[in-house]
Design a protein around this ligand. Structure first.
Ligand SMILES: [Zn+2]
Length: 487
């Protein structure tokens, strides 16, 4: 029986059907073996020269169409992994089960999960090209990487020596009509503070900050939104000064590149502490924070729960370490640091994305971003100095270089000309604060001329992710025109 496609009859049918095939295979970051093997089998079936490396990256080669065999080769590139996010009431196991696709007007979306349009649509477009017989194109080198979303691990491992292209079109952008011509570099920095605990007696209080908007730190760091971890830390600092306590735990956020939306702390007050004053102090400083972020984060809440049933001993951090944790958190820089003076877009930022307490440690993880490599390094130095001052350890978990904007790019000019001819409009040339694999690859291949495009998407990395079908069609038609012109 032939497979049924919900996109049957929609254009570009081959691309959309191929996207549906990809959605049938679970392909979250770190779980890409299945899709990597499926891509390899695709190449085997079509007799395409291909490489599957140890990391799971796949490269497929296709000769230029008849009469264009000797044209300059073109590299196309996208990542095969996707971010797995679902609504909390959805029972799906996304590591093992396929997502459910739906059509909603002009949009493709998934039922209560991420869709993986980022970057499955790039994979689908490349497969449609590789499968075609009637599309005019130069020799193609299609690169499918793994684990882009977790620090570009696939691209980092990729051996570029089999690649001959001097031009590369990355298909991992999310706005039609925008040519991305540069991106920020990133560094994941992890601070670890050792803490000591002793049994303490008293009453426990749980304090929670929630209702924040959060967002992807490459996209939203300049929107002035609050960071739940830091709002909580400052309330706790003021509380400590009025009614001292022992900190048991403080946690918030689970991804370095997401602004934490919720944070919670558990503390214990010695017997006889003034509970009323404690509650008032929290309320007062939570109100200050709520007022400050009224515009950017109108739903911020702070709630307190007294643990009446837990009037027992707890292994809590000593006074010295309770203070050290709070002071360290309040000393750390966070958010937008520098803005590009020409484009007025974020240039340098850092996001405190993960705060986690274990028995002997408190861990704080940042994602530092900058489109200027030296500024990124400077900010990492500042973190190191602060870590040092508080006797914390710091290490760089992963890093990728900025893809610095090239003032002259023949490839970009050629594609901009084709775009204008086709649409009557000039493309917007932009540098993104998010991360793209172009910088890593350009660092490995001297003189590689790169550009990144993609169809309209919304809400990537969230269960409300949407992919515009009509935008996929226009993006595909532009790609076909570009291939013909470059052949
Ligand atoms: Zn992506």
């Amino acid at each position: 029986m032939s497979k049924k496609y919900i996109t049957a009859g929609l254009e570009p049918e081959k691309v959309l059907n191929s996207f549906e095939d990809i959605c049938r295979i679970p392909h979250g970051s770190y779980h890409t073996q299945m899709i990597s093997d499926w891509l390899r089998d695709f190449a085997v079936k079509r007799n395409l020269r291909h490489i599957q490396d140890e990391a799971g990256n796949v490269i497929m080669f296709k000769d230029g169409t008849k009469g264009h065999e000797n044209a300059e080769p073109l590299m196309l590139q996208g990542h095969m992994d996707m971010v797995l996010e679902k609504n909390s009431d959805n029972p799906i196991d996304m590591e093992k089960e396929a997502i459910t696709l739906m059509i909603d007007g002009d949009n493709l979306k998934a039922d209560g999960t991420t869709l993986g349009g980022d970057d499955g649509i790039a994979v689908a477009m490349m497969l449609a090209l590789l499968d075609s017989e009637d599309i005019v194109h130069p020799p193609l080198e299609c690169v499918f990487t793994v684990d882009e979303e977790v620090g570009m691990l696939g691209m980092e491992a990729l051996d570029p020596s089999p690649l001959r292209s001097k031009r590369m079109l990355n298909l991992d952008s999310e706005q039609e009509g925008v040519f991305t011509a540069g991106c920020a570099g990133g560094a994941e920095e992890e601070l670890t503070l050792h803490v000591e605990r002793k049994p303490q007696y008293g009453i426990q209080l749980q304090i929670e900050v929630s209702g924040l908007l959060g967002g992807h730190s490459g996209e939203s760091i300049d929107r002035g939104r609050a960071n739940a971890d830091l709002v909580l830390a400052r309330i706790l600092y003021k509380l400590y000064k009025k009614v001292p306590f022992y900190l048991i735990s403080i946690n918030g956020g689970s991804k370095d590149n997401a602004i934490p939306r919720e944070a919670s702390a558990l503390v214990i007050f010695p017997a006889g502490s003034d509970r009323e004053l404690a509650a008032k102090t929290i309320e007062k400083h939570a109100a200050f924070a709520a007022a400050e972020y009224q515009q950017a984060d109108p739903e911020m809440r702070c709630t307190c729960t007294w643990m009446e049933d837990r009037d027992l001993a707890a292994a809590a951090m000593t006074k010295k370490y309770t203070k050290r944790v709070l002071k360290l958190l309040l000393s750390l820089p966070n958010g937008l640091m520098e803005t590009d003076q020409v484009s007025r877009t974020p240039q340098t930022s850092l996001n405190l994305g993960i705060l986690k307490t274990d028995t002997d440690t408190v861990t704080i993880v940042f994602l530092v971003r900058s489109s200027i490599n030296s500024q990124k390094k400077f900010l990492c130095d500042r973190l190191e100095i602060i870590a040092d001052a508080y006797d914390a350890e710091i290490r760089t978990v992963s890093a990728y270089p900025a893809w610095e904007y090239a003032h002259h790019s023949e490839f970009r000019d050629t594609l901009a000309g084709i775009y204008e001819k086709k649409t009557g409009k000039k493309p917007v040339i932009s540098v993104t604060h998010g991360g793209l694999e172009c910088g890593l690859l350009a660092a490995k291949m001297d003189g590689l001329d790169c550009l990144s495009i993609g169809p309209d998407m919304e809400g990537i990395h969230t269960p409300s992710e949407k992919l515009s079908i009509s935008s996929v069609r226009r993006c595909w038609e532009f790609l076909l025109a570009a291939l013909e012109a470059l052949a």
